[in-house]
Design a protein around this ligand. Structure first.
Ligand SMILES: Nc1ncnc2c1ncn2[C@@H]1O[C@H](COP(=O)(O)OP(=O)(O)OP(=O)(O)O)[C@@H](O)[C@H]1O
Ligand SMILES: [Mg+2]
Length: 260
């Protein structure tokens, strides 16, 4: 059953000189309850714009987003966005525990219950023992895990993630991918994951929507039928993984094989 519907969404930004930039044009896709879906697209194609519209943080120029049969016209209660620049989105003046508690305080949870839930989430992202640390005392990957735990504190049914692993090193990235898959399985949250990394999208997802250059549209929908649980070594070496990768590369970067 579909939990998230994006219907004919367009967004143009008005520039200072009066001209406008069309960031996304007539984008439509669906995400079913409990699915892990990725959106891939080149830099600047409008991925963040699309997520901001979906999270009700900016208004689309045309079309609509529907979450659980309700049209989005402001931030929905059951959907949370993990921002692209997580290090800017964490509260620098709050500890790890304080950051995660924030969502629970917003929800008005009693203090004791909130602390228990926050500790559980901190454990879930593997940060036991770091509750009293400040964000600047943590590595990039750890900060990202705090951002994820904080988002989960809102108990969202839908989690939107904007290139969440874009600024960590390659090894940390693989660990974060596996950690996220474990969380997803345990919590049953629906995840829409944005990345420009085609292989990351295949590794994580049930389905991938491929976006073209700006103004972007969905140019391809790809079903990923690789088994789960996935494994960084064996899944990525699977023949069907490579087939999917080649298929998507051909769509997005047709010049790759021919050079300059
Ligand atoms: N607030 C804004 N005002 C004006 N133009 C904007 C604004 N935000 C984004 N744009 C423009 O919209 C287009 C899409 O930007 P967006 O940030 O959505 O792309 P993206 O796919 O997320 O890029 P990246 O992969 O680099 O994060 C770009 O041309 C950008 O300049
Ligand atoms: Mg972006």
């Amino acid at each position: 059953m579909s939990i998230l519907d994006v219907e004919g969404l367009s967004k143009s930004y008005r520039q200072a000189g009066g001209e406008s930039t069309l960031a996304i044009e007539n984008i439509s896709f669906q995400v079913n309850e409990g699915e892990f879906v990725s959106l891939v697209g080149p830099s600047g194609c409008g991925k963040t714009t699309l997520l901001m519209c979906m999270a009700g943080l900016i208004a689309p120029s045309a079309g609509r987003v529907v979450v659980k049969a309700a049209e989005v016209d402001g931030p929905p209660r059951n959907l949370v966005l993990v921002f692209q620049e997580y290090n800017k989105s964490l509260f620098a003046w709050r500890t790890v525990l304080g950051n995660v508690l924030f969502g629970l305080e917003v929800k008005g949870k009693p203090a004791r219950e909130a602390e228990e839930k926050a500790s559980y989430l901190i454990g879930l992202v593997g940060l036991d023992g770091f509750e009293r640390h400040y964000p600047w005392e943590l590595s990039g990957g750890m900060q990202q895990r705090v951002a994820i735990a904080r988002a989960l504190a809102y108990e969202p049914e839908v989690l939107l993630m904007d290139e969440p692993f874009g600024s960590v090193d390659a090894m940390t990235r693989l660990e974060l991918e596996d950690g996220l898959l474990r969380l997803w399985k345990e919590l049953g949250t629906t995840i829409l994951f944005v990345t420009h990394d085609i292989e990351e999208a295949i590794y994580l997802s049930d389905r991938i929507y491929v976006l073209g250059r700006r103004p972007s549209r969905v140019i391809q929908a790809v079903e990923v039928r690789l088994g789960r649980p996935r494994n960084q070594l064996t899944t990525r070496a699977d023949a069907s993984f490579m087939e999917l990768r080649n298929e998507i590369y051909k769509q997005t970067a047709p010049r790759l094989s021919s050079g300059w």
